[in-house]
Design a protein around this ligand. Structure first.
Ligand SMILES: Cc1cc2nc3c(=O)[nH]c(=O)nc-3n(C[C@H](O)[C@H](O)[C@H](O)COP(=O)(O)OP(=O)(O)OC[C@H]3O[C@@H](n4cnc5c(N)ncnc54)[C@H](O)[C@@H]3O)c2cc1C
Length: 457
């Protein structure tokens, strides 16, 4: 890199680029394993998509009635529950959480574990020494600075570090198109009691105002479709607003709903393109205006509602996927493939929010593949987070090595926690015993270590 930067004198065992869903958990796990850890985060809080893109609740990842992710995921849930920022519904589903509470919980856990975080810091590029990364050049209010470490974790969600280090990657589907982005928002001032009664009486049963989930997608037999049609006819909504509409209640926020929409315009689908990201903010806010007007006009209980907040980050579902030592495929998912170096169990469906229209959900289809058995799950090997070409880097999270279809299944938050936990433990281990070489961490031994820490692997 030709621009001048200052080399900081400190040296870390593990540097983590991105303190999001996987990165924050990786930081906690590495610090607990005894490593000197620094998390570099572009935003002013931890949690990434789960906090700053307001992605709530955690999607269920269940087999034979049991949640498949344990370990640090359980600890996060327990802390959230304790604070009133998490909740368990009547079905035993404990995935409900308040994104603002999660910011605090992650930060406390990292600091209590002895880890450090540097906010408002963007990782710009790695400095390479052959097949090793020596340091990361970052940009923050201190200008351009280089920070050195033995092991690096790229948890940017976009494989920013890996891509700049020359790791091969894939991006998008067979046409290079990514899954749709969304700008999530919250609606405050809602009379949830009234809305809950209305929905329950009109085809979308709700457990209670505390645990609400309602939706509309064109052609999927949602009870709200007639209202959407009217709103489109009246000019309140655009046709595309019905491509995906979904809302949830949020623990600790009694009059508020979190919306998993609007979907961003199809031509703005690349979360690594700054122009697409910026356009997504503008397009998203315009769509939110329409959705709020729709809610206030058509949904009882929403007459006095107002915008609670726009999520600070655009929700990005898929960008770069590294080529690692193993690439997970759709067949691995359908065949429920197991691996000796497993770091995560998954049974979340293939869930593609395609910009070509509609949503593709594998669990809506029946079949004879092992995937469709009630106790089915597949495993994700450590090799999926070990990138080709670099010896001291791990890449957990949504950019782990997988095909477009497989990524749409493994990307959900609880799996990113599990990948992050494994990456943190492995990175600390590699720094302590193997001069930073992550391939020297035996996958089977890592699995044993994770089991001892409470992970379900
Ligand atoms: C709209 C939407 C809805 C979803 N719905 C659900 C759902 O309901 N439930 C569920 O479980 N999952 C859901 N998902 C999937 C899930 O939220 C994500 O796949 C997952 O959170 C990604 O985790 P990650 O750690 O890979 O990335 P992130 O959590 O996005 O973390 C990346 C972090 O890196 C930081 N960063 C990025 N680049 C840099 C850089 N260069 N320098 C420094 N920091 C950087 C970012 O600020 C961020 O904090 C959804 C995703 C989206 C987008």
């Amino acid at each position: 890199m030709s621009l001048p930067y200052t080399h900081l004198p400190q040296h870390w065992d593990v540097l983590i680029a991105g303190g999001g869903t996987a990165g924050a958990v990786a930081g906690i796990a590495a610090a607990r394993a005894g490593a000197r850890v620094l998390v570099l985060e572009a935003q002013g809080s931890l949690g990434g998509s789960g906090t700053n893109a307001w992605v709530t609740p955690l999607m269920r990842n269940v087999s034979a009635g049991q949640n498949l992710n344990r370990g640090l995921t359980d600890e996060l849930k327990a802390r959230l529950l304790e604070r009133g920022d998490g909740a368990r519904d009547g079905n035993g589903n404990d995935n409900w959480f308040n994104p603002e509470g999660l910011k605090y919980v992650l930060e406390r856990l990292l600091i209590e574990s002895g880890g450090e975080v540097l906010y408002h810091t963007s990782v710009v590029a790695p400095v390479l020494d052959g097949e090793r990364i020596g340091s990361l050049v970052v940009h923050n209010k201190g200008g351009l600075q280089a920070l050195g470490a033995d092991v690096f974790i790229d948890a940017t969600g976009d494989a920013d570090v890996a891509a700049a280090a020359g790791v091969p990657f894939h991006a998008g589907d067979e046409d290079g198109l990514h899954q749709a982005m969304s700008l999530r928002f919250s609606l405050a001032g809602v009379d949830l009691e009234t809305l809950c009664t209305f929905l329950s009486a009109n085809g979308q049963w709700q457990e209670s105002p505390r645990f609400m989930h309602f939706w509309m997608v064109w052609g999927k037999k949602s009870s709200l479709e007639p209202l959407f049609k009217q709103a489109v006819a009246q000019g309140i909504l655009e046709e595309r607003d019905g491509d995906y509409f979904q809302a949830f209640s949020v623990p600790g926020r009694p009059n508020e709903l979190s919306f998993n929409c609007p979907r961003i315009r199809a031509d703005l689908n690349d979360g690594t393109d700054p122009w697409h990201l910026s356009g997504a903010q503008t397009d998203g806010r315009e769509s939110i205006e329409r959705l709020i007007r729709f809610c206030k006009t058509y949904l009882p209980g929403c007459q006095d509602a107002y915008l609670g907040s726009y999520a600070p980050m655009v929700g990005v579902r898929e960008t770069r996927r590294i080529v690692g030592d193993y690439t997970l495929t759709l067949n691995d998912i359908l065949d429920c493939r197991k691996f000796g170096d497993s770091i995560c169990k998954n049974h979340y469906p293939v869930d593609i929010h395609s910009v070509k229209g509609g949503a593709k959900l594998l669990h809506e289809r029946e079949g004879t593949a092992p995937y469709f058995a009630p106790d089915a799950y597949h495993e994700l090997p450590y090799r999926c987070i070990v990138p080709q070409g670099i010896s001291n880097l791990l890449v957990p999270g949504r950019s782990a090595s997988s095909t477009f279809e497989a990524q749409s299944s493994i990307r959900v938050q609880q799996n990113c926690h599990s990948m992050g936990e494994a990456a943190g433990v492995a990175a600390a281990w590699a720094a302590r015993e193997y001069g930073g070489e992550v391939r020297r961490v035996g996958g089977a031994a890592l699995r044993e270590k994770l089991r001892a820490l409470g992970a379900n692997v």
